[in-house]
Design a protein around this ligand. Structure first.
Ligand code: IDP
Length: 162
């Protein structure tokens, strides 16, 4: 029983998070990373990058029929770099979405990232995967270089949290 409980407790998942160009420009990167670190999620990969049109279109594929698609892709491609990240933890996909808040910042609880910092529907600071299935797709899309070096076993006894 002990073994079974342990296996259940260690059910880890990963999600994809992107600090959007407005979040980078407004220097919200440390604030955002601090929140996820303090929630004890583990940063598994991170890169600052400018986004090619092709990548932006693939990322927002689901919205390709919507009127906002062109504006959204233009915004991501031409407003400056983004920070792409992989975060790992228990129930991380759903929890990160809750910490981010509603798409429209004016509809957010105050204590969410968008509630506190979001300006409008396009400039809403941050993206987080909607579901585990989408998270896996987005991680593959944004980190095509494959398994991250961080996934290799490392000697980390000196910064164990518990
Ligand atoms: P999400 O980012 O909360 O998952 P989605 O509906 O997946 O929301 O939309 C993706 C992004 O597209 C939003 O974060 C926002 O930047 C933009 N967006 C969505 N709907 C609108 C709109 O009606 N006007 C402007 N931008 C929008």
């Amino acid at each position: 029983a002990e073994k079974k409980r342990r296996r259940k407790a260690s059910k880890m998942e990963k999600t994809f998070v992107m600090i959007k160009p407005d979040g980078v420009q407004r220097r919200l990167m440390p604030e955002i990373i601090r929140r996820f670190e303090e929630k004890r999620f583990t940063l598994k990969g991170m890169k600052m990058m400018s986004v090619e049109r092709d990548l932006a279109e693939k990322h927002y594929e689901e919205l390709s029929g919507e009127h906002v698609f062109g504006r959204l892709v233009d915004y991501i491609v031409s407003s400056g770099p983004v920070v792409a990240m992989i975060w790992e933890g228990e129930n991380v996909v759903e929890t990160v979405r809750e910490m981010i808040g509603h798409t429209r910042p004016s509809d957010c609880e105050y204590a969410t990232i968008r509630g506190e910092f979001g300006i409008d529907k396009i400039r809403n600071v941050i993206h987080g995967s909607y579901s585990l299935e989408i998270a896996n797709k987005e991680i593959a899309l944004w980190f095509p270089e494959g398994p991250l070096v961080w996934d290799k076993k490392i000697n980390n006894h000196w910064h164990k949290f518990d």
